[in-house]
Design a protein around this ligand. Structure first.
Ligand code: BDP
Length: 593
């Protein structure tokens, strides 16, 4: 699916701004052909929850309504008109002038619908009915309690269930014959690269013409062949991105341009060998974070200034990579990561697949029931994998796919659930990117049923926090012991931390190792580094989390999760400086080898 861009042949109209908004009273029916009654004002894109003051509405579970008037300029009448949502969390039903036009399940991937000219008036009424309900069939996975007395979602995960129209809504036009999709495939052979673009076209045309340009727009190749090569490849490197521009032109019999689209893409190789990940033939060390799309007031709303600042903070401290924990991030985020050279582990919303998961992992063994006989998310899981790979297939920044996070990998049925999903991911990816499933401590090297399916063993570990709380000495002993058991069980697989961290209240200080203080956070990481630095097969460290973030209320969460290296509004904690010192001294390539 192409990202909407203005080109010679296409126009994009952004519907961001203020919309009407309504949470119906109990029993109140909304008729999509009538104006919303007494609506509130809501900014789009953003979560709705923290734009309003009524706490009952903030925590409401069910259908909510958005409404926006729009006009289509006459000048665009001769073109195909498409309405596109970057994401709506979690289910959307869309109506234009009272008529249902499309629906979509899944809160983190784009969807679009062509609008028939016959449906349009001036002005038009666009309504979106959004459901924020999560249950045992959805991703993220949750428990829905619904009876005469109550209706609530118990999340099997540790972040606030923000809802609404989270990413841009755009109207765009294309000609009636149009480029539907482009896969910027390539194969590197030494310094030469063979490029094999795959273009899908809808409608009539005479020829597809390709123009490969360098970053400055100089034309390197112009051809109608769908295979051509370039010499002296400039590789896309971590923190030193280089993007080629593939201009695709659709022409008619007279050589006139019908449609045109330019896809930027980086060229890099990936290989796992000798217990390491090689990018462009050099072994790479992951320094960075697990993140969230999360910011005060905006909730999970896309904001390019925040994305830009987060990337700049990462570069300031020598980080080279991050994981889109625990769902696909905005397309604008992925495009900026490509441009800035931030290496990305791209994750589907396969989170919460541990029945009655509690954030205190030491409590999880009390969890009731086998996850895999309760969850019914398998079909949705296949769908989110398809939609993520479809959306992100051309991104050079993506070096691994995470097809889940902390599932109950030790319970009977885990393998039957995940094996087909890993296979599907591998089949869909033209670029053969490695596949991972970050592991939870409850699934030990002896009991876990998933590790042999994945390419890198990714550990989310909290020794010194949930285990060996306030005892870094024992934490080190137990961490070392566990990693060595993983290595003994899977001697050929690289290992990395996809999460490790401790809750830390900014400003809380002590000369002792007291949990929640800034000193304890610094010392926790030092203790962890002492262990992993001795392990040549340990290929990276993703700190949990980049910034503090909002969660549901919980005995262990005071004003959200406080494991950030930065506060929620991006002020550095002491640890940001000590991580900076460490990361600036560790090279992106060649560390430990
Ligand atoms: C892990 C989860 C992550 C949590 C984190 C924590 O993957 O979503 O936020 O632990 O407890 O279980 O902070």
């Amino acid at each position: 699916m192409l990202y909407p861009l203005n080109t010679l042949t296409r126009t994009v109209i952004d519907l961001s701004g203020t919309w009407n908004f309504l949470i119906p009273d109990e029993g109140q029916e909304v008729d999509p052909s009538k104006k919303l009654k007494n609506p509130l004002t809501m900014a789009v894109p953003a979560s709705y929850n923290d734009q309003i003051t009524d706490s009952q509405l903030r925590d409401y579970v069910g259908d909510i309504w958005y409404e926006k008037e729009f006009a289509v300029p006459q000048i665009l009448n001769e073109q195909r008109l498409v309405l596109r949502f970057g994401s709506v969390s979690h289910k959307a039903k869309v109506y234009i002038n009272g008529q249902f036009v499309t629906e979509h399940i899944g809160g983190f991937t784009p969807f679009e619908v062509e609008i028939a000219a016959s449906l349009l008036k001036a002005p038009n009424d666009l309504k979106v009915c959004v459901s924020n309900i999560l249950n045992e069939t959805t991703l993220p996975n949750a428990v829905l309690i619904e009876n005469e007395k109550e209706k609530k979602v118990l999340p099997n995960f540790d972040f606030f269930n923000y809802s609404g129209i989270h990413r841009p809504v755009k109207l765009y036009t294309t000609p009636y014959s149009y480029i539907e999709d482009i896969v910027a495939r390539y194969e590197v052979a030494g310094s030469k690269t063979i490029i094999r673009p795959k273009t899908s076209v809808i409608g009539d045309y005479a020829e597809v013409l390709y123009e490969l340009q360098d970053e400055e727009g100089q034309v390197l190749v112009k051809t109608s062949d769908d295979e051509f090569s370039i010499g002296d490849t400039r590789f896309w490197e971590p923190l030193d991105a280089y993007l080629y521009r593939l201009k695709v032109m659709l022409k008619d019999e007279n050589g006139l341009i019908i449609d045109e689209y330019t896809e930027e893409f980086g060229i890099r190789t990936l290989e796992i060998k000798d217990n390491a990940l090689y990018i462009n033939g050099k072994n790479f060390y992951f320094k960075g974070f697990g993140k969230h799309e999360d910011f005060p007031i905006l909730g999970k709303g896309m904001n390019e200034a925040i994305i830009n600042y987060d990337f700049n903070l990462m570069k300031w401290m020598g980080a080279n990579s991050m994981r889109t924990s625990h769902y696909p991030y905005a397309e604008e985020f992925m495009r900026m990561a490509d441009r800035e050279g931030i290496v990305v582990i791209d994750e589907v919303p396969g989170v919460g697949l541990f029945n009655r998961f509690t954030v205190d992992v030491s409590q999880n063994e009390n969890s009731k029931g086998n996850t895999w006989s309760i969850v019914g998310s398998f079909e949705n899981h296949k769908q989110v994998i398809r939609e993520l790979l479809e959306r992100d297939k051309n991104h050079a920044c993506v070096v691994m796919w995470a097809v889940g996070n902390e599932p109950a990998g030790h319970q009977e049925g885990a393998r039957e659930y995940f094996e087909p999903l890993v296979t599907l991911t591998r089949e869909l990816d033209w670029n053969n990117r490695p596949v991972i499933i970050p592991n939870i401590v409850n699934a030990t090297p002896e009991t876990d049923k998933l590790a042999d399916l994945v390419d890198v063993i990714c550990l989310n570990r909290y020794y010194g926090w949930y285990i060996d709380h306030a005892d870094l000495k024992s934490a080190k002993i137990h961490l070392k012991e566990e990693i060595e058991r993983w290595h003994a069980a899977y001697p050929d697989k690289p290992i990395m931390f996809t999460e490790f961290g401790v809750d830390t209240v900014s400003g809380l200080r002590s000369i002792h190792d007291i949990p929640y203080t800034e000193e304890y956070q610094v010392n926790f990481f030092k203790a962890n580094f002492e262990i992993i630095d001795e392990m040549p097969y340990f290929i990276g460290e993703h700190v949990w989390n980049f910034a503090d973030f909002e969660t549901h209320p919980n005995l262990r969460r005071i004003d959200g999760n406080k494991k950030g290296a930065f506060t929620r509004d991006r002020k550095p904690k002491m640890v940001a400086h000590s991580l900076k010192e460490r990361w600036l001294s560790i090279p992106d390539y060649g560390y430990k080898k």
